[in-house]
Design a protein around this ligand. Structure first.
Ligand SMILES: NC(=[NH2+])NCCC[C@H](N)C(=O)O
Length: 682
């Protein structure tokens, strides 16, 4: 029996190793080299196929009882995402499709221009979907560069626009194309195309074609500090970071979610000194610390008041950083207590796959990095401290007492993430206050050549959370708000809201509890994400639990309502099958078309959010979508009562029911990406 397992494991390992090598090789491919790129793609597809077959084989072995499921290695989440879908299965962004068509038209109509400007935007004009603004820019470029077009120099933007229009490739996307003065090209998206894409969405599900090659994207978020309270800033980082990671994962990228916990700072000196003092037998009896914050405060008081203790604390840091076994054990005990507390918050928020790799993880690397920089004369001495200077500022690499800092660990960490974890893009999600730190870090990482030009480093800095009094969010007594207390309060308020709506009379106890938790967490997350993250954000339970306006309550109810319309229609054939049986939906009413177009705008929004890293755009889209749905539903009956001589019957408009389903799928996918759980009963 063991031979089957061995073979299977071997095959799986080979597959993974090959994938790793492929990913490594990707970096060396010249983006211009089409042949290499296509070769790489086909190798990747081949490997995915093998992996897929292996999985089928594995499943049947498990089913036949030949191996148990424990024996098998788990496929990583990122690997599961490898999909091989047909072209039809992808939803395309209209904007990107329009851009592609115009790009082709412009390059072939302006052959004597190098890099002609391609500008396509959404149009504000009624009845127009997108507009191409390139003609005016082309004229300007021609004049600025003193070029003469082959047709003579008296060309106007209108002439250019008309020439571009003549070169638009044959397609089924645009229905009308018109030139408007001085040289705009206005287009509308074809209704038949829309009706077909909605049908495809129902058949294949909501998938968006990634814009570029699959990348390995590392998102550094949450990152609380051990032994300190996890505060609302970390809550924001957790919620926003998770959403950003979800977006890239949805777009088919390989996403690593990393929790860069603060577990190596000087605060450990006093904690360790206090622990070894108070619990001398800590090695044999793990200390019964239930409230780490109180313990932290005790240690801080001693640190501020007892000279002897202070000295002891400093020596503890040095001993810890030298990884002296006793100190290391005590440190691990403290980390474990904190970790359990953090986990409670993550469990409530439904945060999964967040891997902890804290500052301590990079300790040995910090030593190497400092040596490396010294060898290359990139480190300067300043009053006993070692600093790394860049045009953005400096990083403090070694303190005068020889200890490392937040800066040291972050620089070692960038190097590790690029060299070992093979990240193509690293996104750091913290409050805006750390912007300087990250700008300096990025500059230094480039200067030290730890970060090659093709790797992107991004800091997503968010505003602070303020309370009703417009001051920094604090408890009445001025303390940091405990996240667990905050979540608890959210639950209470959500329950009150549900009772106010009489939901306790319709839902079972379990359903009510599930609704309470989903509502509380959904509202807290949504309120956070729906605000432009760069601005400060006012935390208000009243506002987030309001069922009017752009809130999670409103959206969750809208979704439940759409689902119940579909249910009421009592269509026995699954909607997906209904769609499969037709080439396209039959939609005509202007509000049907408007809704369908809005549903299909989803990919454009997702790509925009991925590009700008501003997830509130997705919330605004969701809110508008539910408004557009209401407007459709107001005028377009989905189920009609028909009275005739035999009495009353109901007539179902299947195409509209399918449109409802498409709306609901996109809404629930979007809520999912925001990290919000949707319930069938609420
Ligand atoms: N790689 C990083 N520096 N990540 C962010 C860490 C955030 C830090 N622990 C804090 O609470 O502010």
């Amino acid at each position: 029996m063991s031979t089957i397992v061995d073979h299977l494991k071997n095959a799986e390992n080979n597959c993974s190793a090959f994938e790793r090598r492929l990913n490594e090789a990707k970096r060396y491919i010249d983006p211009e080299d089409k042949h290499a790129k296509s070769e790489w793609n086909s190798l990747q597809v081949e490997n995915a196929k093998i992996k897929y077959r292996l999985n089928i084989l594995k499943r049947s072995l498990i089913e036949d009882g030949l191996i148990d499921s424990q024996t098998c290695t788990h496929t990583k989440d990122s690997e599961k995402k490898m999909q091989n879908l047909s072209e039809d299965a992808y939803l395309c962004s209209f904007l990107h499709t329009a851009k592609n068509l115009f790009e082709k038209a412009i390059t072939s109509s302006c052959q004597n221009l190098t890099n002609p400007p391609i500008s396509v935007t959404q149009s504000q004009i009624r009845g127009v979907d997108y507009q191409c603004n390139s003609a005016m820019q082309i004229i300007k470029k021609v004049r600025d560069e003193g070029l003469i077009l082959s047709d003579g120099s008296k060309l106007s933007p209108k002439d250019i626009a008309e020439s571009i229009v003549r070169h638009i490739p044959k397609n089924d996307v645009f229905s009308t194309v018109a030139v408007a003065p001085p040289g705009f090209i206005n287009v509308t998206i074809d209704q038949n195309y829309i009706c077909k894409k909605i049908r495809d969405l129902l058949v294949y599900g909501v998938h968006v074609k990634p814009e570029e090659n699959r990348k390995r994207i590392l998102v550094d978020y949450s990152s609380p500090n051990i032994a300190k309270e996890m505060h609302v800033g970390h809550l924001r980082s957790t919620i926003i970071g998770d959403c950003i990671a979800n977006i890239f994962e949805f777009l088919g990228h390989d996403v690593l979610r990393v929790n860069h916990v603060g577990d190596w700072g000087t605060q450990f000196g006093m904690l360790l000194a206090h622990l070894t003092d108070k619990y001398p037998d800590f090695l044999t009896n793990p200390p019964p610390i239930s409230n780490l914050q109180a313990f932290y405060k005790e240690a801080k008081v001693r640190f501020d008041n007892e000279e002897e203790f202070k000295k002891q604390a400093y020596s503890c840091v040095v001993r810890l950083q030298a990884k002296e076994p006793d100190m290391y054990t005590a440190w691990k005990q403290i980390c474990e207590i904190s970790r359990k507390e953090f986990q409670k918050v993550y469990d409530i928020l439904g945060i999964k796959n967040l891997t902890e790799k804290g500052e301590s993880y990079y300790h040995d690397l910090m030593v190497d990095v400092v040596n490396d920089l010294e060898k290359r004369n990139l480190i300067e001495d300043s009053e006993g401290r070692k600093i790394f200077n860049s045009s953005e500022g400096h990083l403090l690499m070694v303190k005068s007492d020889g200890g490392f800092t937040y800066d040291t660990s972050d620089l070692a960490c960038v190097k590790y993430r690029i060299e070992v974890e093979k990240a193509d893009k690293i996104i750091y999600v913290t409050d805006k206050g750390q912007q300087n730190h990250f700008m300096t870090l990025f500059e230094c990482a480039r200067k030290a050549t730890y970060c090659p030009p093709n790797v992107e480093l991004v800091h997503v800095g968010f505003g602070v959370v303020i309370g009703d009094d417009n001051k920094k969010f604090k408890t009445r007594s001025g303390d940091t708000v405990r996240l667990l207390d905050l979540l608890e309060e959210g639950m209470k308020r959500a329950l009150a809201k549900l009772k106010e709506k009489g939901r306790d009379e319709v839902l079972t106890e379990d359903e009510l509890n599930a609704a309470k938790a989903a509502l509380a967490v959904g509202c807290i997350k949504y309120a956070d994400i729906s605000h432009d993250l760069t601005l400060d954000y006012k935390f208000s339970f009243d506002r987030m639990l309001d069922d009017r306006g752009n809130t999670a309550v409103y959206l969750l109810y809208s979704l439940t309502r759409i689902r119940s319309i579909i249910k009421k229609a009592n269509v026995t054939t699954p909607v997906e099958q209904l769609a499969r049986e037709v080439p396209a939906l039959k939609l005509q009413h202007p509000r049907e078309i408007r809704l369908a177009k809005y549903v299909l705008k989803f990919p454009e929004i997702i790509l925009q959010v991925a590009n700008e890293l501003r997830p509130h755009t997705l919330c605004s889209y969701l809110f508008d979508l539910s408004v557009v749905f209401s407007e459709f539903y107001e005028q377009c009956y989905c189920i009609e009562k028909v009275v005739n001589k035999d009495g009353e019957t109901t007539k179902v408009n299947f195409d509209r029911i399918m449109l409802c389903e498409a709306t609901a799928s996109v809404m629930s996918k979007a809520l999912n990406i925001l990290g919000i759980e949707t319930l069938s009963k609420m």
